[in-house]
Design a protein around this ligand. Structure first.
Ligand code: NAD
Ligand code: AOT
Length: 313
């Protein structure tokens, strides 16, 4: 399959690497010049569970993608939430009526942005429990195991969705066709809503956050707030199952050593975060539905305060 990764940061590099290793025709698109240049000159380097792998994968800056004329079967969107609109604007030249676009970003509401650029028949929504971190230009650290879920938003997109599930599984990405992707998106939003802001403010990885005496109460309260709001949108979250799902990530032999992407952004790189698309989105919806979401609100405020203190950009 001919696949373009739109946003070849930590996760885009991981997926690009695994899909390329499985024999797909992959291209990477990213605006970070040093990163693209390093991949062009030295290949994409990954430390995969301690072992170094290098793959030569074509990499492009967005300004150069307009010169690219091969038909792309699938675009995988992997920017941060606040970068999605700009990315879609810069890749319109590679989107044909036969191009399927899969969104794997964390957070809520991305379909509204994508619908401005892509026909509904061509949109797939998904999410992933894989993790990754960039260690420098052209270098990605990938450890632990994960999974992917995806689904078409229009019945006409189902064949493309099922084909992509197969391509992902051939690449070892452990992918499942979701029968209810909006539920899956809210379930993953609960993972990020309980772990990303908290680990960022506490300067902790997932396992450390999981080890405190107050963690259980924090995650239950946040998940309850998500569930109250989701219910207003017709999505009935199984809170107990989701609490256990979040706790399953604490295992230090699994992905417990992962520092969430929000931590990587704000604490390590002084970048603005996706908090407004996770806990912040739940607060905003809560205001509309007149549901109090005090833990989500406080966490959103703390993360924004930290962004200010660190002069995040
Ligand atoms: P990242 O910041 O490492 O990568 C995003 C990349 O997109 C960057 O390299 C950036 O240069 C590029 N980009 C942004 N706007 C662009 C534009 N207009 N044109 C070209 N390139 C552009 O982010 P990430 O950690 O890979 O996360 C991507 C998404 O996946 C986020 O929604 C995140 O929450 C989610 N996620 C991350 C992890 C993780 O472990 N890192 C795990 C699961 C999900
Ligand atoms: C994560 N991490 O989604 C993934 O870093 O944004 C992130 C992220 C799977 C399980 C637990 C955390």
């Amino acid at each position: 399959m001919k696949i373009a990764i739109a946003g070849a940061g930590a996760m885009g590099s991981r997926f690009g690497m695994m899909l390329h290793q499985a024999g797909n025709d992959v291209i990477l698109i990213d605006q970070w010049e040093e990163h693209v240049s390093a991949i062009k000159h030295n290949g994409l380097k990954a430390i995969h569970d301690g072992e170094t792998i290098i793959e030569n994968i074509p990499a492009f800056l967005p300004k150069d993608i307009t010169d690219y004329h091969d038909e792309i079967d699938t675009v995988i969107l992997f920017t941060k939430a606040m970068q999605l609109d700009d990315m879609l604007q810069s890749i319109t030249s590679i989107l044909s009526e036969h191009t399927t676009v899969l969104c794997l970003l964390n957070g809520l509401g991305h379909e509204d942005t994508i619908k401005n650029y892509v026909a509904k028949e061509n949109i797939l929504l998904g999410n992933t429990m894989w993790t990754a971190g960039l260690t420098g230009p052209g270098e990605v650290n990938m450890f632990g195991h994960g999974s992917v879920e995806l689904q078409n938003i229009h019945p006409k997109g189902q064949d493309a969705a099922l084909e992509l599930v197969q391509v992902f599984n051939e690449a070892g990405l452990n992918c499942k066709y979701s029968e209810d992707m909006m539920y899956s998106i809210w379930r993953k939003a609960c993972v990020n809503g309980t772990l990303n802001g908290t680990c960022t403010i506490l300067d902790a990885n997932i396992a450390s956050f999981g080890s405190t005496s107050v963690t259980d109460e924090i995650i239950r309260t946040i998940i309850h707030e998500f569930a109250l709001v989701a219910k207003h949108e017709g999505i009935l979250l199984d809170e107990e199952e989701i609490v256990n799902h979040v706790k399953s990530t604490f295992d230090p032999h699994g992905i417990g050593h992962h520092y969430p992407s929000m931590y990587q952004d704000l604490i390590q790189k002084h970048r603005l975060t996706e908090i407004d698309y996770i806990n912040g989105a739940v607060c905003k919806k809560g205001e509309t539905y007149q549901i109090a979401t005090p833990y989500c609100q406080f966490l959103t405020q703390l993360v924004h305060a930290k962004e200010e203190l660190l002069k995040a950009k």
